[in-house]
Design a binder for this molecule. Structure first.
Ligand code: SF4
Length: 142
């Protein structure tokens, strides 16, 4: 949730490895991994909005490193993530991201036909809009 609204919900394993919303990605980069290599943490810059004031557009705009033209004026509605996001992980787990929803203009192919920024694909995105990197080769389970 951000500014009192749900901005992303869905399968925790997919959101945890390939978050679809920039705020979710920021939260995941705000605390260290319990296992694995040390990584630099980025956090979420800035402060939450004053909810006593009206909010125009996406409430996360002043803090979002991916903000673009419609963000400061058009409120993003919850909808499915960009095509392909989480597809590789879903195939591996044999489940579906069907219940995954995100409120971000980056996932609207009409507003962002070039697809998601690479930083939001988590390396797990499958075939998606033009401009997205392909999936890495799948690893076989022993
Ligand atoms: S709608 Fe725009 S400002 Fe809001 S999270 Fe998405 S890219 Fe960032």
């Amino acid at each position: 949730m951000y500014a009192g609204e749900i901005v992303e919900y869905g399968p925790s394993v997919q959101m945890g490895t390939a978050p679809a919303h920039p705020y979710t990605a920021g939260l995941l980069h705000s605390f260290p991994e319990l296992l694995g290599e040390r990584q630099s943490l980025h956090g979420v810059p800035g402060s939450p909005p004053d909810l006593r004031q009206p909010i125009r557009g996406c409430a996360f705009t002043p803090r979002c490193g991916f903000a673009f033209e419609p963000c400061s004026s058009v409120h993003p509605a919850l909808g499915p993530p960009a095509p392909g996001l989480g597809a590789a992980e879903s195939a591996r787990r044999r489940d579906s991201p069907a219940g995954w929803r995100v409120a971000c203009h980056l996932h609207n192919p009409e507003l962002r036909p070039e697809g998601l920024p690479a930083a939001l694909t988590g390396g797990l995105a499958g075939p998606g809009p033009a401009g997205r990197e392909p999936d890495p080769p799948a690893k076989e389970n022993p």
